[in-house]
Design a protein around this ligand. Structure first.
Ligand code: CAA
Length: 259
């Protein structure tokens, strides 16, 4: 896959795809084209049976320093309405395969929101998370007030969103924003390790389980439990369920085929 602002390796490791945000001079600021490319790449990877888990990363200095301020600077609300950039984000959220954000350096504004749109976050010790939009007279627009609040609780989200302060990786971990913090040289390896663990499971069950956890995140408990139950029953329509349970009973490793 050829893109200008992202690098995509569909077979970075067995069953694992890597998408690297690649505007290093601009600290991976998320311009419209980059986001469209990301949407397209994720949709393509979602269609490939070989891919079971996707990692999105930046570079050591920056995951992404936010939406591209220079591109937005002169825009008015009607321009934004017409461009409707967040529709791209909705599509990214709908990716069926699990996505791990491997974050080093800045994950700010839209960068933090992109990491939170992923399913899990592995952070390097140097990662810095923040929603600094308030400092440029706006507020988060790609889910920051919603996802951050659900992840770290009201008072922490309120402080970050209202002051624009950055938090370090350890603080983010303590707040429940990231899964783990590892030395800078290991953050991508750690994400791959996690992706490999997930790739061993039934892709069908993984897809339905991801949907269900997201449902818990996005809805009330009753609706979420009902949704989860239906998806649980649906796993029993797969050969992978039969294989997984037979393997357990026969005391051998399962060989999941994704059907
Ligand atoms: N948009 C456009 N360009 C950006 C950018 C952004 N979000 N972040 C950094 N850059 C550019 C800088 O303009 C600079 O370019 P030039 O060399 O051409 O001047 C280059 O990247 C390097 O940045 P700095 O010189 O500023 O690097 P630094 O190390 O001194 O500071 C930083 C790093 C603290 C991250 C600082 O760049 C910064 O504050 N960036 C903006 C962060 C921000 O406000 N993000 C929110 C954006 S709005 C948003 O995301 C809305 C939404 O919800 C979708």
């Amino acid at each position: 896959m050829e893109f200008e602002f992202i690098l995509v390796q569909a077979a970075y490791a067995p069953h694992i795809a890597l998408v690297q945000l690649n505007r290093p001079k601009e600290l991976n600021a998320l311009n419209l084209q980059l986001m469209l490319e990301l949407k397209k790449a994720l949709a393509q990877l979602d269609e490939q049976d070989e891919v079971r888990c996707i990692i999105i990363t930046g570079n050591q200095q920056a995951f992404a320093a936010g939406a591209d301020i220079k591109q937005m600077e002169s825009k008015g609300p009607i321009d934004l309405l017409k461009i409707d950039q967040f529709e791209t984000w909705d599509q990214i959220r709908k990716t069926k395969k699990p996505i791990i954000a491997a974050v080093s350096g800045f994950a700010l504004g839209g960068g933090c929101e992109l990491a939170m749109t992923c399913d899990m976050i592995i952070a390097s010790e140097t990662a810095k998370f923040g929603q600094p939009e308030i400092k440029i007279g706006i507020m988060p627009g790609a889910g920051g007030t919603q996802r951050l609040t659900r992840a770290v609780g009201k008072v922490n989200a309120m402080e970050m969103v209202l002051t624009g302060k950055f938090i370090g990786a350890e603080e983010a971990k303590n707040m429940g924003l990231v899964n783990r913090v590892v030395p800078e040289e290991l953050y991508l390896d750690e994400a791959v390790k996690l992706a490999k663990e997930i790739a061993l499971m039934s892709p069908i069950a993984i897809r339905l389980a991801k949907e269900s956890v997201n449902k818990a995140f996005e809805s009330g408990l009753q609706e979420g439990l009902f949704f989860e139950r239906k998806n649980f029953y649906m796993t029993f329509a797969s050969n992978d369920q039969k294989e997984g349970m037979s393997a357990f009973v026969e005391k051998r490793r399962p060989d999941f085929k994704g059907n």
